[in-house]
Design a protein around this ligand. Sequence first.
Ligand code: PEP
Ligand code: MN
Length: 344
Amino acid sequence: MIIVTRKGVTDAEVDHIRERIESAGLRTHLSRGVERTIIGCVGDETLVRGLPLLSIPGVEAVHEVLKPYKLASREFSPDPTRIPFGDTVIGGNELVVVAGPCSVESREMMSRTAVQVGAAGARGIRGGAFKPRSSPYAFRGLGAEGLQILRDIRSETGLPVVTEVMDTRQVEQVAGYADVLQVGARNMQNFNLLTEVGRTHRPVLLKRGLSATVKELLLAAEYVMSQGNPHVILCERGIRTFETATRNTFDLAAIPVLKRETHLPVFADPSHAAGRRPLVAPLAYAAVAAGADGLLVEVHPDPETAVSDGEQSLDFAEFDEFMNGLAGFCAAAGRTLGAAPERP
Ligand code: PEP
Ligand code: MN
C-alpha cells in the first residue's frame, strides 16, 4: 500500500501516519520528494484495510497494491478453475450452453424444453422454481413443486440443472435438487446468502448485480470462496444504464476483464441483457468472441404464453438456429461446442 501525503505535510503528521501504520503491524518506508512525501507500507495489507486512513491528517491518497479479493484472483491460481458439470466441464475448452425457460411452469413444458435443448447441444437445463420478481403480484415460481419437476427432468434427460436460490432459508433445500445454485443479480450482494451457498458443495452461478462493478462481483465471489466453496461461475447479464433500447446494457468488456482478473469461469446471459429475442444471438456470439466459457439462454416452447420473460425467450426453432450459428463462432474462438450431432 502506498500513502501519498498532502503538499506541505508536517514532520509531526508524517510521524503520526507512520505510527498508525506500524502499530497495525506493517513496516513503513519513507520517500521524500520535492512536492510530496510518499509512505510505502510493507507487509500484510489486510491488517490496515478496514482503517479510515484518509481521515488521518496529512494523508491525501491511499493506493492499494494488492487486489481486495484474493482467492478469486488470477495470482492466487494461474490455472483456470474447471468445474465438473454433467458430462462436461465448465471452464475448459468447451463452450457450455445451459438453456431453458425463465420459470419452471409445468412438468410437461420442462420436459419438452429439456429434450429439445439437449438435442440441439445444450449441456444443462435452467429454470427457476423460486423467482425474484419486481412486482409481488407477478408469478413467483412453483417453489418445492418446481424443484421436484427439475429433479425428474434431470433423471429423464441426464442434463444437470441450474436453478436459483433466493434465500438463506432455502439453500439446503435447493442444494438438494440443483447441480448448480444460481444467485441472481438482485442477490449478488446478499452477503448472508453468499456465505450460505459458500458452505455447500454445489457450484454457484453468480450473476452480476444490476449496478455492480466488476470488483464488487469478484468480491461477491470471494465471499462464496472464503467459506470453502471454490466452484464459482461468474455471469455477465447486463447492467443498468441510461440506455432503454435494451433491457440492460450488455457489458461485453467485462468478459475479457474478468478473464484477466480471475481464474473462475465466466458465463454470459444474453437473454437478460437483451430483453428481446432478436438480440439474443448477436450478444451471445459476441460473448463467445470476447472469451466467455459458457452461455445461459432462455428458451420456451411457446414464448407468447410464458409466465415470465417471454419477450426474451427463444422458441425451439429459434434455439436450433441459434446453436447452428454459434458453432462457427466457437470454431473461430478455438472452442468446441457440445455433444450435439454433427452439423451440416
Ligand atoms: C433469471 O435467470 O431468470 C434471472 C432472474 O436472472 P437475473 O438475476 O440475471 O435477473
Ligand atoms: Mn428470466
